[in-house]
Ligand binder design. Structure first.
Ligand code: ACO
Length: 437
């Protein structure tokens, strides 16, 4: 297992406030921007730092994923995402994220067997679904069922036990495809398909999703590869909103199932994982290439509240490297399915072309992100739009649990507790109801 390196002091920064001076350490990691360590700022200067939305704040040290947003680089444990997407498999990437190194053959066999042996859900969890409305959003079902896992697997919630941590990671990675596929089956009223451990991770998910007991399921290698690649591309993305949610929840010492349920909830929003669903909705609303100029006009109008979904990113100020691989995968999938004309893809390409030349997007460094093409691929593969974000959650579970594990194993971990600038009323005395005007 790779040892987590720690940051080193690379300099100091001097801050003056009123008549006090603080000399604060500046820390550097292996790659990326150095960070001023402000932990002693209150004791030295009597002030806190203010950074709503954490755009300028490093919340932790991590050796899992590195992003260079200006250059469009994404590395997992040092390996570029395009090399992993091209040559690796989702389970190998899962091992890498969790353990720090690529596995040798024996390690990989043991890991794969470990995951495969946990794909079934406790039979009692089936009953959960009967309580949901048939039209429940699958993300609502995912939040609830993942949270409920802590009630069904109490033997793996002691976070201080290394073996239990490993088992809960296996359970989450192994059972997410089953939960996700069953959420869909419940929506459409088809029988739940039990996992098949003779199939690969991606194959098994496609089988549980698309298969029915009345027919023999024939896996398609091109679509299986595309599914596996989509999972790799969504596996981790350092300290994004949902991962930070998982870490914040985990910092309290709560169990991993509760933490991942919190991550699922955070991912659901349209500014985050919900964007893939929003892209298809947007393309549907635009409808035709001729309507693009009008749509772009709305996007540029601040009062309209319309955004070009699948564009822009807090960290990437360049083309999201995952979007390029998605675009290539999109062609492979459409080719395999014999879809020669895809109005959605044509529309997306035209939208991208226009946006990349438009001053509004160029000056703000807004480029396509991972979600711009993923919806088109998933749609072509027969997934309804409501399933896009659950599939993202399925993949990201690996990143969440790796980041959670790293945090729990870090001896410096303390409960997360941001501060605030209070702007409410100053202290005042209670007035009885009959004395209020
Ligand atoms: N369409 C139009 N304008 C945009 C877009 C967009 N998609 N994204 C950002 N902008 C504009 C903002 O209005 C702002 O303009 P201003 O400077 O004139 O006020 C400027 O670009 C900077 O944007 P911010 O909102 O400050 O960027 P932030 O880092 O806060 O937001 C976010 C990033 C949430 C991803 C945003 O770009 C967005 O909403 N994109 C669309 C939703 C989306 O695709 N989300 C998926 C993200 S990837 C992921 O989670 C997997």
């Amino acid at each position: 297992m790779a040892k987590t390196a720690t940051s080193k002091q690379v300099g100091t920064a001097t801050l003056n406030f009123n008549d006090k001076t603080a000399t604060l350490p500046v820390l550097g990691g292996t790659l990326g921007t150095d960070c001023m360590d402000v932990r002693k700022i209150q004791s030295e200067l009597g002030i806190f730092t203010f950074d709503p939305s954490y755009g300028a704040t490093a919340s932790c040290e991590s050796s899992i994923t590195y992003i260079d947003g200006d250059e469009g680089v994404l590395l997992h444990r040092g390996y570029p995402i395009d090399q992993l997407a091209e040559n690796s498999s989702f389970l190998e990437v899962a091992y890498l994220l969790l353990n720090g190194e690529l596995p040798n053959e024996a390690e990989f066999t043991k890991f794969t067997n470990g995951i495969t042996r946990h794909t079934m859900l406790h039979e009692q969890i089936r009953n959960f679904w009967n309580g949901f409305r048939r039209d429940a959003h699958p993300m609502a079902m995912l939040c609830s069922v993942v949270g409920a896992m802590s009630a069904f697997y109490p033997d793996s919630i002691d976070i201080h036990d290394e073996h239990q941590r490993e088992i809960s990671a296996f359970r989450l990675i192994a059972k997410m495809p089953t939960i996700t596929a069953w959420a869909y089956k419940y929506n459409v009223g088809q029988p739940f398909m039990y996992p098949r451990n003779d199939l690969s991770y991606a194959e098994n998910f496609l089988y549980m999703f698309h298969g029915v007991p009345a027919e023999t399921y024939k896996p398609n290698p091109v679509l299986t590869k595309a599914m596996d690649r989509i999972l790799i591309l969504h596996a981790d993305h350092e300290q994004n909103a949902s991962t930070s949610t998982v870490r914040l929840a985990g910092s309290t010492g709560t169990n991993p199932f509760a933490c991942i349920a919190a991550g699922v909830a955070s991912l659901w929003g349209p500014a985050h994982g919900g964007a893939n669903e929003a892209v298809l909705k947007m393309l549907g609303e635009i409808g035709h290439k001729d309507n693009i100029p009008d749509f772009i006009k709305q996007v540029k109008d601040k009062d309209s509240n319309v955004k070009l979904m699948g564009f822009g990113h807090r960290v990437y100020k360049n083309y999201d490297p995952r979007a390029k691989i998605m675009q290539k995968t999109c062609y492979e999938v459409l080719g395999e399915l014999g879809i020669k004309d895809s109005p959605l893809l044509d529309l997306a390409m035209e939208l991208e072309k226009i946006a990349l030349e438009d001053e509004y997007f160029v000056s703000r460094k807004l480029y396509p992100n991972v979600d711009f093409y993923s919806g088109i691929i998933l749609s072509a593969m027969g997934f309804p739009t409501t399933m896009f974000t659950p599939i993202f959650a399925l993949a990201r579970t690996v990143g969440w649990i790796s980041q959670w594990k790293e945090m729990i194993e870090d001896p410096t971990n303390r409960i997360g507790r941001p501060r605030q600038i209070y702007t409410g009323a100053a202290q005042r005395d209670y007035t009885p109801l009959d004395k209020r005007g």
